[in-house]
Structure formats: C-alpha cells, structure tokens
Write a protein that binds this ligand. Structure first.
Ligand code: 0GZ
Length: 295
C-alpha cells in the first residue's frame, strides 16, 4: 500500500507491464477515472477515499503504453457531483475521450446540455453504500427521463441487491450500462446463481450493456481463472452488449494493486476471436460514446 504524507492513497502501479496482447487499432478503454489534480479539482467533502493525483497526463500515458486509442472517463465517487476533473480530462484528450457524469438529480436542462458539449454521454447511478451516502431511485428515474438524446445511464451495484433493483432498472427509459457486471461472485462459475440472475436481467431487455471488467476486484488473485471462466460465456452470448475497461486508477484497490498489463492480457481470454474483440473494444463503445462516428 502506498500512502503519501497527507494520507492520500495510491491504488495503481507506477510500473505496469507491457501486455502481450495488442488491442486492435482504435480500441477504447471504456471504464477509467481521473483523480484531480486536487489543487485544481478538490475532492468532494463526502468522498469516502482521498487518493493521490491521477490526472489526464498519466491516464493518456497509460492508454498509449497499453495500446489503446480512446478512453471513457467515468466520474469517480471521490469527486461527488462536481464533474470538473472529468471534463478537464476529456478536454485535454483532443477528442479521444468521452465521459460519464455523476450529477445532482435536480440538474437543469441547460447544465445537462453543457455536460453534453463537454463530451459527457451518460450519468452514473452508484448504489454501493461504501461509496455513496444515498441513491434516491425516484429522483434517478425522473432524471433518466430528462437526459439529452442518445445518453444512457451507467449503474453500479453489487449482486446481492440486483433483485431489489429490478423494478428500478425495468423502469429506466434509456439504455443501461452495468459497471463490472454488477459484481457477481465469479467463484460460483458461469452457471452460478449470480451469473444466472445477471443473464436474466440481460434477457429482460435488449438495451442493457455490461462492462466485462475488473478481474482484480471480482477474483482473488492473478491469473484470475475463475473470472475468465465465468465471463467469457457472457461475452460470447451478448457480443453486441459488452464493453471493456481497465478501471484505472483502480479506486480502493491500494492493498491489491493490479498490473494494468495483466488486465489487458485478460481480453483474449474472455473474447477469444478477433470479431468478439472488435465488438468489445471498438463497435460497442463507439455506438454508445461516439455515435456520430457510428454508421
Ligand atoms: O469498487 C470501487 O471501489 C469502485 C469505486 C469507484 C468510484 O469511486 O467511482 O468506481 C469504480 O468503478 C469502482
């Protein structure tokens, strides 16, 4: 674990390995975050963790090192509903990043449009109690009905509340992207209770996507075999609805910092053909985040 003099944590490695797998040209890292830099973009008073700075320069250096072309920057919970750090990263990317915001549900139409102009294409609803104080479903639903055209919602929840969330998810009037597949217990295997419940959700409507991400969070230790076993069939069954992301800088993973190169080497294990990888890394994220480039 790495903590600086101010007690700020570092949850990412400064020396990721170079992956063996080469992503196809144009590949999108569709789930990553930025932290600060805090002197320009202070953390929220309600932040549940205070990380060291992980700004756009470091993110884009990692993108290049891993062989990716674009990023989707997801507003991290430590920045609350002030999306300035995320917008700053998108602005610094020269068009190679888009983002997902976290907003106060009372946000005005004009503010939503400003986020759209800054490259935001969705809002994130976070249901993890260790990350946020409250998640008001009624207000989220109201907001989801007022989003700019072409936006979606990103939902982060744990498998044990999926059943309870079903009426809320069923009522969302826009496409859904589920972070880290709703954190299934992958040790149960591809036919375990959690993956079966998640498949039932995916089967309930055709516009639910998922991020086949975070073996480091969902599996005990590299080489994360149980993750590969449980997730590959999902990518094969729903090839047009999966996304992939590093999750850099891996919020809260300071005691089990993953190697980003090893994370990239998981891709061919869960998407074994070139066609699956093209969908996972290019087609699906472009359709959601760069729709103007999508035929
Ligand atoms: O599981 C987590 O701790 C986590 C946290 C955040 C965040 O703080 O936004 O985002 C993630 O994708 C995952």
């Amino acid at each position: 674990m790495s903590t600086d003099a101010q007690g700020r944590m570092r949850s990412w490695t400064l020396e990721p390995s170079t992956p063996t797998f080469h992503p196809p040209p144009g590949a999108v890292d569709a789930h990553c975050h930025v932290f600060g830099p805090a002197d320009r973009f202070p953390f929220s008073a309600k932040a549940k963790y205070i990380p060291q700075d992980a700004g756009p320069d470091a993110l884009f250096a990692l993108r290049d090192r891993l062989g990716f072309s674009r990023n989707v920057v997801v507003q991290a919970s430590c920045h609350g509903t002030d999306n300035a750090a995320t917008l700053n990263a998108i602005a610094a990317s020269g068009g190679m990043a888009r983002g997902v915001a976290v907003v106060d549900p009372a946000i005005s139409e004009r503010e939503l449009q400003a986020l759209h102009d800054g490259g935001i294409r969705g809002v994130r609803f976070n249901f993890l109690k260790r990350l946020v104080d409250d998640a008001p479903k009624d207000r989220f639903l109201d907001l989801a009905g007022r989003l700019p055209g072409g936006w979606h919602v990103v939902v982060y929840f744990e498998a044990d509340i999926l059943e309870e969330l079903r009426p809320f998810l069923d009522a969302l009037p826009v496409p859904i992207v589920v972070d880290h597949m709703g954190r299934p217990d992958v040790t149960q295997g591809p036919d375990g209770t959690d993956i079966r419940a998640f498949r039932a959700l995916l089967d309930s409507r055709g516009d639910i996507h998922f991020k086949a991400s975070c073996p480091d969070r969902l599996s005990e230790a590299p080489p994360w075999d149980d993750f590969a076993r449980a997730v590959r069939p999902l990518v094969e069954t729903y090839p047009d609805r999966c996304l992939w992301g590093t999750d850099w800088p891996h919020p809260n993973m300071e005691s089990r910092i993953p190697d980003d190169g090893a994370l990239v080497d998981m891709i061919p294990r869960i998407a074994p053909t070139a066609e699956l990888r093209r969908k996972l890394l290019i087609d699906n994220p472009l359709r959601l985040y760069w729709s103007e480039e999508w035929p």
